[in-house]
Structure formats: structure tokens, C-alpha cells
Design a protein around this ligand. Structure first.
Ligand code: HEC
Length: 150
């Protein structure tokens, strides 16, 4: 009788111990998983890990042409002497942009309505002519301008 009692007690103890072990180890495993899945990174770290979009060769060429020829009067996202240039390819046809950039004065003189309206809007300020810029150069500048918001 006494023997039997101590055996049942022994079994109960063993079961309780086993349960404790199971509970603790699951808790341990779960918390381990959480720390790998929900590891928080500070915002700086996240920004750092976003890859910077590299400029293509054409955009690099456009950037340097923009800096030397246009930056004195134009900013990409802010009005300066001249208008904001970001989004300019949505506002005008490519052919118009070639003509305007090569020689805006000639385009205004020809009576082109967009050119005349723009010229008047900017109090008849004169933009330089850039007869030396080829279509490829202008394409590069426009490509750089449009890529800049990525
Ligand atoms: C001396 C200042 C000056 C320089 C340098 C200059 N611009 Fe301009 N640009 C202007 C002004 C001012 C206007 C507004 C129209 C006007 O008054 O002739 C203008 C207008 C424009 C427009 C029309 C924009 C719109 O939204 O209507 C484009 C495109 C443009 N410029 C491109 C260029 C590019 C490309 C270069 C460099 C190759 C350049 N500009 C260099 C002054 C300048």
C-alpha cells in the first residue's frame, strides 16, 4: 500500500517535471523565433540598406552637362531663374524641347505659342541658347532630369 502510493507519487512528480520541461522549452523556442522574425532595425539602418539607384552612363553624362550648362538658372524641383525642370518631358514634346534648348530665342521669334507664353510668364527673361548641344546631349540631360526623383 505504502509502496504503491510512493510509486504513484513518483509518477506524478515525473509527469509534472516533464510538463515543466516541455513548457519551458517551447517558450524558449518561440521566443527565439520571435527574436529572429521580429528583429527591429532602427530607421537609419533600414535607409542604409536600401540600395542607391545608380545612374546609367547616359544619366551621368546628362548630370554633368546639366551642372555646367543649366544649373545656374534651373533647379530640378524648385523654381529659380527658370522653371522647375522635373517633369518637363511630360509637359512638352521631345522635338519642342530640342528646339527650345538649342535656341529658345528663335522658337519664340517663330511665334510658337508655348514658347511665347512661357517667355511672357517669365517676364521675357532670356534663356541662353545651346546650339552646340546635340540631340544625344539633350536626351542625356532630360534622362538625368527625369531619373532624379527615383
Ligand atoms: C540664363 C539662365 C538659363 C540657363 C543657363 C538655362 N535656362 Fe532654361 N530657362 C530659363 C528661363 C528664364 C526660362 C523661362 C522661359 C524664358 O523666359 O525664356 C527657361 C525655360 C526652360 C525650359 C522650359 C521649362 C518649362 O517648364 O516650361 C526648359 C525645358 C529649359 N529652360 C531647359 C534648359 C536646359 C536643359 C538648360 C541647360 C542646357 C537651360 N534651360 C539653361 C533660363 C535659363
Amino acid at each position: 500500500m505504502f509502496k504503491e502510493l510512493s510509486r504513484t507519487l513518483g509518477t506524478i512528480c515525473a509527469l509534472v517535471l516533464a510538463m515543466i520541461v516541455v513548457i519551458f522549452s517551447t517558450a524558449f523556442i518561440i521566443s527565439g523565433e520571435e527574436s529572429t522574425y521580429y528583429k527591429q532595425e532602427s530607421p537609419e539602418q533600414i535607409i542604409d540598406t536600401v540600395p542607391k539607384i545608380a545612374l546609367t552612363e547616359q544619366q551621368k553624362k546628362g548630370k554633368s552637362l546639366f551642372k555646367t550648362n543649366c544649373a545656374a538658372c534651373h533647379k530640378l524641383f524648385k523654381k529659380a531663374v527658370g522653371p522647375v525642370l522635373y517633369g518637363v518631358t511630360d509637359r512638352y514634346e521631345k522635338e519642342w524641347l530640342y528646339k527650345w534648348i538649342n535656341n529658345s530665342a528663335a522658337l519664340i521669334k517663330s511665334g510658337d505659342t508655348q514658347a511665347v507664353a512661357l517667355y511672357n510668364e517669365y517676364n521675357q527673361a532670356n534663356m541662353n541658347s545651346f546650339p552646340n548641344l546635340t540631340k544625344e546631349d539633350i536626351d542625356a540631360i532630360l534622362d538625368y532630369i527625369e531619373s532624379s526623383k527615383n
